[in-house]
Design a protein around this ligand. Structure first.
Ligand SMILES: C[S@@+](CC[C@H](N)C(=O)[O-])C[C@H]1O[C@@H](n2cnc3c(N)ncnc32)[C@H](O)[C@@H]1O
Length: 402
């Protein structure tokens, strides 16, 4: 894509008809090789990809869309005789939202350049950073791609390849580089993109509305709707050992029986679906809570720690539980059980005593006074003998805090 060449330098938003260039030819070559079944050419421009697809014997029908009505008018006029291609004006998939079609092949030579002050032409500018149109496209593509369907996507080194790769992964796709060409000042890439194994497994379940929530070292988390409930889907990242998800499912099953943790709804080796826990993290709750609320929340957490100790399950995070406890209304829910393990000497209560002792200055400022060394004394007693009596001594100390 030759930036700035072929269109006027204007500051306002505009659409020009994109005449085929190196990028178009490069993608059309892969379209001839890979296109199959029902094809969608997004951002068809002068129709080069749609025509290439329609020429293949593996292709049944081609839909070609463009946000620019002039592009659609151009194609309708010039390719009238090609009855296998249907043209529509559409912002990405919008025209198919009511009567959804699942495509076997989706082709996109997107606008992929970052915005500059020179041009606002949406046939080449993908957004401020360059990848925004690609991101919007990939966020929606799974809903229009058949289970074994493929996406042929072209982009440039000027688009931020790392970010494109990240967006592909977040959207439950896997990619393969089909071709790359180094031009004068950029490298062009063509990816073939497919649904990853998680997307395929989830497509067999009634999980809808998947939205990326976050990514850790081993896991990626989505929100979604499962059987009319808002859920969290936790999945293993490609190449990571399945143990962390399996362990979390295993311990959640056990702890759910004692009303601890988000309710586990479904699990497989590489992913789990659990009730979505809404609420305020302990860290933020602490800042806003009154003395009475703090007393209550500490008490609730201690009770759950004691149950886990009795079950000989160690969570191993209770000395820094800031992001591991959520509070909503009168409900306190611990989250993240992937580091849990069975042990004869669980430390949940004693770790939480340590946490509370560490917070004594803050709690004092909130008007919640208790004796720090007494807490640690009782924690030691409990460590030596984790009895109900020794646990109650800790709770009593907090209750008597004034
Ligand atoms: C780089 S050109 C590619 C044209 C043609 N497919 C080719 O390979 O030569 C990008 C095309 O995407 C279209 N486009 C940009 N944003 C779009 C959107 N949100 N929905 C549909 N088409 C879009 C532009 O109008 C333009 O025709």
């Amino acid at each position: 894509m030759v930036c700035g060449v072929g269109f006027r330098k204007v500051k306002s938003f505009k659409m020009t008809l994109y005449s085929p260039r190196e990028d178009s030819e490069m993608l059309a070559h892969e379209v001839q090789k890979y296109a199959k079944g029902i094809v969608l050419d997004v951002g068809t421009g002068t129709g080069i990809q749609a025509v290439a697809a329609a020429a293949s014997s593996k292709v049944k029908k081609v839909y070609a869309v463009d946000i620019n009505s002039a592009a659609i008018a151009f194609c309708k006029k010039n390719f009238k005789s090609n009855k296998r291609i249907i043209y529509k004006v559409s912002d990405l998939f919008s025209v198919f939202k009511k009567n959804r079609i699942m495509f076997d092949t989706i082709v996109f030579n997107p606008p992929y350049l970052p915005a500059d002050n020179e041009s606002k032409d949406i046939s080449v500018i993908g957004g401020k950073k360059g990848y925004e149109t690609i991101e919007r496209f990939l966020n929606e593509a799974n809903d229009f791609l058949a289970k074994d369907g493929i996406i042929l996507l072209l982009f440039s080194s000027l688009t931020n390849k790392q970010m494109v790769d990240e967006i592909i992964e977040r959207n439950l796709f896997e990619k393969e580089l089909l071709h790359s060409v180094h031009l004068f000042y950029e490298t062009l890439f063509v990816y073939i993109i497919r649904k990853n194994s998680l997307a395929k497994a989830l497509s067999e379940l009634p999980v809808k509305n998947l939205k990326f929530l976050g990514k850790g070292k081993r896991k990626i988390v989505y929100t979604g709707v499962y059987k009319n409930k808002k859920v969290a889907v936790k999945a293993l990242l490609a190449g990571k050992k399945a143990t962390s998800v399996e362990l979390e499912s295993f311990f959640l099953k056990k702890l759910n029986k004692h009303k601890i943790g988000p309710k586990l709804l479904f699990s497989r080796t590489n992913f789990l679906i659990a009730e979505f826990v809404d609420g305020t993290f302990l860290k933020d709750f602490f800042q806003k809570a009154s003395k009475q609320q703090l007393k209550w929340v500490l008490n609730e957490i201690f009770k759950q720690c004691f149950v886990m100790d009795k079950l000989r399950i160690n969570k191993d995070e209770m000395h820094h539980p800031w992001k591991h406890v959520l509070i909503k209304g009168r409900k306190v829910t611990m989250i993240d059980f992937e580091r849990c393990r069975h042990t004869m000497q669980p430390k949940n209560v004693t770790q939480f005593c340590q946490f509370v002792a560490n917070q004594s200055d803050f709690l004092n400022k909130k008007g919640f006074h208790f004796n720090c060394s007494e807490i640690m004394f009782h924690a030691q007693e409990y460590k030596n003998n984790p009895s109900k009596e020794n646990f109650d001594a800790i709770i009593k100390l907090l209750e008597n805090g004034h």
